[in-house]
Design a protein around this ligand. Structure first.
Ligand SMILES: [Fe+2]
Ligand SMILES: [Fe+2]
Length: 141
């Protein structure tokens, strides 16, 4: 991967969207930690932790892209409170993953840079996969 050639003239909207994406990953990392502890069994808990490690990878990728574009390290912040119980956590996660797929497609479209486009398209495939898992958990019990 080459992050060094990304710095050109970058639209502000792209920067703020990537920052928003970083906040989303950051929030998911915290909330999936909470959710994994509320999981009803080991199978689901392990799956949530696997999803969480994907989010950590996404967080790294996006943070590096942000740095390449701005030469500044972004300080992430929570964009929402984590849901308080397992059922609402699963429902919230499902919706959030689905919305994130669309959002990352939008970023890929506006990026106008093949490397960034490719990263966001690839990550959005992970999010689609996560959404399917959360839908499956919703339909259990
Ligand atoms: Fe993610
Ligand atoms: Fe995800």
């Amino acid at each position: 991967m080459n992050y060094n050639s990304l710095q050109q003239q970058v639209p502000n909207k792209l920067i703020t969207d990537i920052a928003k994406a970083i906040d989303g990953e950051f929030t998911a990392i915290q909330c999936y930690d909470v959710l994994s502890k509320q999981a009803p069994n080991k199978e689901i808990r392990d799956r949530i932790l696997e999803i969480r490690s994907d989010e950590m990878r996404h967080f790294q990728i996006f943070s590096q892209i942000y740095f390449s574009l701005t030469r500044t390290k972004y300080t992430p912040k929570m964009n929402a409170n984590c849901p308080t119980n397992y059922r609402s956590g699963i429902l919230h996660a499902f919706k959030d993953e689905q919305e994130t797929v669309d959002f990352y497609h939008d970023i890929a479209r506006e990026a106008n840079n093949p490397f960034i486009q490719q990263q966001f398209m690839q990550v959005s495939l992970d999010e689609q996969n996560h959404a399917v898992w959360f839908l499956y958990f919703m339909n259990q019990n």
